[in-house]
Design a protein around this ligand. Structure first.
Ligand code: CP3
Length: 333
């Protein structure tokens, strides 16, 4: 396996492992080309040949150490029978949530819908381009999925915690956890060598609900990934207390967002750290971008560190800048 796995397992690596969240996406003209001919985003995710090609696109351009499967966290609500579409300039739009119906959906029905995703994982993991590299599978954390399923759109647009009132949250949460276990298992069986858990909206939750919606469910899934013999990285974007999160959840590595102070976190946390650099830094000129990257490399010099961003690559990023950044990190001593 690749440098990421080595780094996570405390092995020495000759260079710093590097990959990017949203490394396959709209900033790449070759992605936009496929996307323009495939208007239905879900159908594209469920087309194993095209989604494999998209997964491998960034590896053909950059000297990065991992591929992340081209898919989406919202395929889980989709597989559970909640209507889902992606609208241009709006983002995801979900249909009404019928919890009673969702809890009765069988594993068989879910697997039938997601079969193309597992085929994608399988064929990609066998591709020569992935020789000595990791293939990252992923899920959305239960909290973030609940936010989308109940809010029915990105909370970036609007969000009110009151949507959590008067619904059978425990039943929904339980069904999400069970479905995520199934989804993790199938990704691992088909060749995912690392699982990342995206909790993109962890920062929205009040501290007093953290155990119920974030710590307990995520811990259960982290334990489950580990039981399959695979490493798990958690990305709880926007939370205040990364140390408490790491201590409670015990992932194999923790991915920090761009608001985390690297100087502070490096003294608080012992497990491998990933990420941090503000994706906006890739919109700066070369010198400024590399200076910002250097800050992270210097601070994390004497510990296990995986280079990545503090959130996904922005669509307006110039791929030439990505190449400059990768080559800089790879030659950093
Ligand atoms: O990282 C990768 O390259 C792998 C693919 C990947 C996608 N989505 C493809 C995608 C991954 C890992 C995700 C995860 C995901 N999806 C998250 C967690 C990470 C994060 O960004 O916080 C979330 C919250 C989603 C839900 C989602 N999917 C939203 C809110 C949107 C619309 C907003 C946007 O950025 O366009 C999507 C669509 C989506 N998922 C696109 C891609 C490449 C853009 C599709 C397009 O319009 O071409």
């Amino acid at each position: 396996m690749g440098l990421l796995k080595d780094c996570i397992n405390n092995k020495e690596t000759n260079t710093i492992p590097i990959w990017f969240m949203r490394q396959a996406g709209r900033y790449l003209p070759e992605f936009r080309d496929i996307r323009s001919k495939n208007i239905d985003f879900i159908k594209l995710c469920l087309n194993p040949d095209l989604s494999k090609e998209i997964t491998l696109q960034p590896l053909k351009r950059f000297n990065i150490d991992a591929a992340i499967i081209f898919s989406d966290i919202l395929l889980i609500p989709y597989a559970l029978g909640q209507k889902l579409k992606f609208e241009k300039n709006f983002g995801p739009k979900l249909g009404d949530l019928d919890i009673e119906r969702i809890v009765n959906i069988t594993d068989q029905e879910i697997l039938e819908k997601l079969e193309p995703v597992y085929k994608l994982v399988n064929t990609t993991s066998n591709d020569l381009l992935l020789n000595n590299k990791d293939l990252i599978g992923f899920i959305g954390a239960p909290w973030t999925l609940m936010v989308y399923m109940l809010n029915k759109k990105s909370p970036k647009r609007d969000f009110n915690l009151e949507i959590f009132n008067n619904i059978n949250k425990n039943k929904l949460l339980e069904k999400i956890i069970q479905t995520q276990k199934l989804h993790i298992k199938k990704q691992v069986e088909n060749g995912a060598s690392i699982i990342q858990i995206f909790d993109s909206w962890a920062g929205l939750l009040d501290d007093k609900y953290f155990s119920e919606y974030i710590y307990n469910p995520t811990k259960e899934l982290v334990k489950y990934v580990k039981s399959l013999g695979v490493e798990v990285i958690c990305f709880p974007r926007g939370i205040k207390n990364y140390k408490e999160y790491s201590d409670k959840i015990e992932p194999n590595a923790i991915s920090i967002d761009y608001e985390v102070d690297p100087n502070i976190i490096t003294n608080q946390i012992n497990i491998p750290i990933q990420g941090g650099l503000d994706p906006k830094c890739l919109l700066l000129d070369e010198k400024e971008m590399l200076n910002n990257a250097k800050k992270y490399l210097e601070i994390f010099k004497n510990r296990q560190y995986i280079f990545n961003l503090g959130h996904g690559m922005l669509p307006e990023t110039n791929p030439n800048n990505v190449k400059l950044l990768v080559d800089f990190v790879k030659s950093y001593k």
